[in-house]
Unconditional design. Sequence first.
Length: 253
Amino acid sequence: MFKLLTYMLPMFETLSLILIVTVAGFVQGLTGFGFGLIALPLLGFFIPFKTIIPLVLLLGLIINATLSVQLRKSVHLATISTLFLITLPGIPIGAYILKQTSAEVLSIILGIIMIAFTSYQLLAKPTQKVLGLPITLATGFTSGILAGSIGVGGPPVIIYSAIQPWSKNEVKGTLALYFLISSLLAILSQAYAGLITKEVIEYTLPAIPGLCLGIFCGIYAFKRISDNGYKKLAILLVFFLGWMMIAKNIFPL
């Protein structure tokens, strides 16, 4: 009986890993974001936290590289350059803020803002308009503060892209390249710190087939929704992730 359990537990772990990665890969293949926010809490049930972070970064790199190549003609390079330029000074400020308060409080505040903003977008349905340089700078700076404090700098950029009068390809392509650069920088820092271990690679390799399946199913679904349908879906996902962020920090596992 004991031998049977020791055989079945690793198999269950591997199947769970593949299923979670496939679902999270589908979501990001469809919308251009959401992989980490979905995969991190679910993988935390059976994988050590120090292993999950580099694992999700490596898998995210594969997704974002795939989407960036696919949508390379739709990327707003000038916007990404501006966002990253102002993101960098925000990171140390975020680290300072983290010293003054807890990551849980900051995460809950971010979740509330995500819910409030997306609720306004869904209910009021404001007219979309091009966001000027001041909003772009504010978005990048806020993203840097969040990245430096709680390690989640994506939501401001996701919201910023979703409310622009861009096509679904422009939104998704711009997000993909932004997250590709972000994840590459994060992986380099993780590798320098010695966090890309043999254990991380052992979890990454069996997850890749499920990841690829999820990505390409997501891309297939993406091609069959309208620009307006895509943006509504993106806003709904941000709304859901806002609630998920609040619940995760109020009721930790």
